[in-house]
Write a protein that binds this ligand. Structure first.
Ligand code: ATP
Length: 475
C-alpha cells in the first residue's frame, strides 16, 4: 500500500495537475463533492462528461474481459457482505496502515509515507515500535507544522464499519474494501449455474471503500472508489504461464485505452514483501504528473481465499475437475483495475497544450474514440436559414456511434476549442453549401479532426462509413 516505490516522474511530469483539475471542474468531468457545504474531505462527483467517460471505460472493460471471452462471466454482488467474509479474508485482522498523529497541529499522518518522504526509507514489514524509533531517531517532523511532537505509531484498520439495524450477537458489518470477496463467496453458485470448466474467470465492477489515512492526489487515492476485478480460477500446475498471459492482457488494455507504453511500467514485488496471500505480485505503475504510482495489480493468490472461506463457512467449495476426474480447490490469479485511477491516467495522458502556427495555444484532450464522452459534435454554421434543422437531421443518423452533441452557440473556432478540450474526436459543420443545390458541396459537410485539426469535405451519404472506419471501427 506504499505510494512511492519509485520517484521517477516520467513524461507527464511537465503536465500540470492544477490545469487538469481545473479543466475537470470547468468542463464537467469531476467536481469537488459537497461543495455547497464547503466541501467534504476527499469527496468528488463525476459530472456529465466524467460520468460518460467512466461508463465508457466500464463498458469497454466488460466487453473486453467478460463478454468477448468464452472463459469469463460477470457477477454483481453486494457492498455489505456477511461480516465473517472479512475475518476469513484477513481484512479484520490485517488490513491496517501505520499512523501517527501530530500532537501540535493534530494532523493524522501515514507513518510509512512520513518516513519515506523524510529519509527515503521503506517501512514495509517493520513493527509499530521500530517505525516509532525511526521517526524519533531521525527527528522526523510533521510536514504540516514542522513539530517533532508526534505520537507513537499505531495501527489503523482501513475498513469502514457500520451497524446493522437487526439485532444479534454482532451487528457490526463492513463496507467492502475490495470487490474480490463476493466472487469467492459466489464461486460455487457460478460453477453450479453455468457450464464453465477450469480455467475460467469471474469479473465484477463496483464500489469499494477504504478509510485511507491520507487520501489525496485528486481522484488517485479516495475513500470511496470503484474497482474492476477478475478472479481467474486455475489448476495450480501451469500458473506461471497463465500469470504471464494475464500480464500481457493487462498491458494490451493499457494500450487500448490510449496509454503510451513509455508511461506505464512493471513493478515486481520482491518475494519478502509479498502480501500474506500472494506468491507473486506485479503492479502496473503509471507516470502521473505527481510521480510513478500503482495503477493496476496482478497477483497469484494461490488457493488462499477459497480455503479460508471453506474453513470459516465450513462449506465444501471443492469442484469437480473434468480433466482429472478429481475434486479440486482451484487456485486464483487476480488482475485488478482501479477505475478512478484509470480515469485519472487517461486524463493525464490525453491532456496536452499545443502552440499553433499563429502563436495561439490550445488545450486538447487526446482520448481514444472509444472513451471520448462526446463522440461527435455537430454544428450549424449559423443558427438560422435551415442549418439547425439539417444539423439535427444529420445528428440523428450518427446516434449509432453513441453520445452526439449539437452546439450552435458562438463562433465556430470557439466551438472547436471547447470540443478539443473535452476530447471530442471529430466535429461536423453544416454550412450554406450543404443546402445549396447549385454548389459542388451540396449535401456534404466539413469534418474536422481533433488531433490534426485537418478539415475535409465529406458527402452526407458517406458520413457513417467514413466516421466508422476512421474513428469508431473497433467499438
Ligand atoms: P495502494 O498501494 O495505492 O494503496 P493497493 O495495493 O492497496 O493500492 P489494491 O488493494 O491492490 O491496492 O487494490 C486494487 C486497485 O484498486 C489498485 O491497483 C488501485 O487501482 C485501486 N485502489 C486501491 N486503493 C484505492 C484508493 N484509495 N482510491 C482509488 N483507487 C484505489
Amino acid at each position: 500500500m506504499g505510494d512511492s516505490k519509485q520517484k521517477t516522474k516520467g513524461a507527464n511530469a511537465s503536465k500540470s495537475m492544477e490545469k487538469i483539475v481545473s479543466l475537470c471542474k470547468r468542463r464537467g468531468f469531476v467536481f469537488p463533492g459537497s461543495e455547497i457545504y464547503g466541501g467534504f474531505g476527499n469527496s468528488y462527483t463525476y459530472g456529465p462528461l466524467g460520468a460518460e467517460l467512466k461508463k465508457n471505460i466500464k463498458d469497454l472493460w466488460w466487453k473486453t474481459f467478460v463478454q468477448n471471452r468464452e472463459d469469463m462471466v460477470g457477477i454483481d454482488g453486494d457492498i455489505i457482505l456477511h461480516p465473517r467474509t472479512w475475518e476469513a479474508s484477513g481484512h479484520v485482522g490485517g488490513f491496517n496502515d501505520q499512523m501517527v498523529d501530530c500532537k501540535n497541529c493534530k494532523a493524522r499522518l501515514r507513518a510509512d509515507h512520513l518516513v519515506e518522504e523524510a529519509i527515503q526509507m521503506d517501512c514495509e514489514g517493520k513493527s509499530d515500535e521500530e517505525v516509532t524509533e525511526i521517526i524519533r531517531g531521525n527527528s522526523i517532523k510533521c510536514p504540516k507544522c514542522g513539530s517533532t511532537d508526534l505520537t507513537e505509531v499505531r495501527k489503523f484498520n482501513l475498513m469502514f464499519s457500520t451497524q446493522m439495524a437487526k439485532t444479534g450477537e454482532n451487528s457490526t458489518a463492513y463496507l467492502r474494501p475490495e470487490t474480490a470477496q463476493a466472487i469467492f463467496l459466489e464461486f460455487k453458485n457460478v460453477v453450479d449455474s453455468t457450464r464453465l470448466k477450469l480455467p475460467f474467470g469471474i469479473g465484477q465492477i463496483g464500489k469499494a471503500f477504504r478509510n485511507e489515512i491520507t487520501p489525496g492526489n485528486f481522484i488517485f487515492r479516495r475513500l470511496e472508489f470503484e474497482q474492476m476485478e477478475i478472479e481467474y480460477f486455475i489448476r495450480p500446475e501451469n500458473w506461471e504461464e497463465i500469470f504471464e498471459n494475464w500480464f500481457s492482457e493487462m498491458k494490451k488494455w493499457c494500450a487500448d485505452i490510449g496509454l503510451n507504453p513509455a508511461n506505464f511500467h512493471e513493478y515486481e514485488h520482491p518475494t519478502e514483501k509479498l502480501s500474506h496471500y500472494s506468491k507473486r505480485t506485479i503492479d502496473i505503475e503509471y507516470d502521473f504528473p505527481f510521480g510513478r504510482k500503482e495503477l493496476y495489480g496482478l497477483a497469484y493468490r494461490t488457493d488462499f481465499d477459497l480455503s479460508q472461506h471453506e474453513k470459516f463457512s465450513r462449506k465444501n467449495l471443492h469442484i469437480h475437475d473434468d480433466a482429472t476426474g478429481q475434486k479440486i480447490l482451484p487456485h486464483v490469479i487476480e488482475p485488478t483495475f482501479g477505475l478512478d485511477r484509470t480515469i485519472l491516467a487517461v486524463l493525464c495522458e490525453g491532456f496536452c497544450e499545443e502552440t499553433l502556427e499563429d502563436g495561439s495555444t490550445r488545450a486538447v484532450l487526446k482520448l481514444v474514440p472509444a472513451l471520448a464522452p462526446v463522440k461527435i459534435a455537430v454544428f450549424p454554421l449559423m443558427k438560422k436559414d435551415g442549418l439547425p434543422e439539417k444539423s439535427r437531421e444529420i445528428m440523428e443518423k450518427l446516434r449509432i456511434f453513441g453520445n452526439i452533441e449539437y452546439d450552435q452557440s458562438g463562433a465556430i473556432g470557439k466551438r472547436y476549442r471547447r470540443h478539443d478540450e473535452i476530447g471530442t474526436p471529430v466535429c461536423i459543420t453544416v454550412d450554406y453549401d450543404t443546402l445549396d443545390e447549385n454548389s459542388a458541396d451540396f449535401e456534404s459537410v466539413t469534418i474536422r479532426d481533433r488531433d490534426t485539426m485537418q478539415q475535409e469535405r465529406v458527402k452526407i451519404a458517406d458520413l457513417v462509413s467514413v466516421l466508422a472506419e476512421r474513428y469508431f471501427g473497433g467499438c
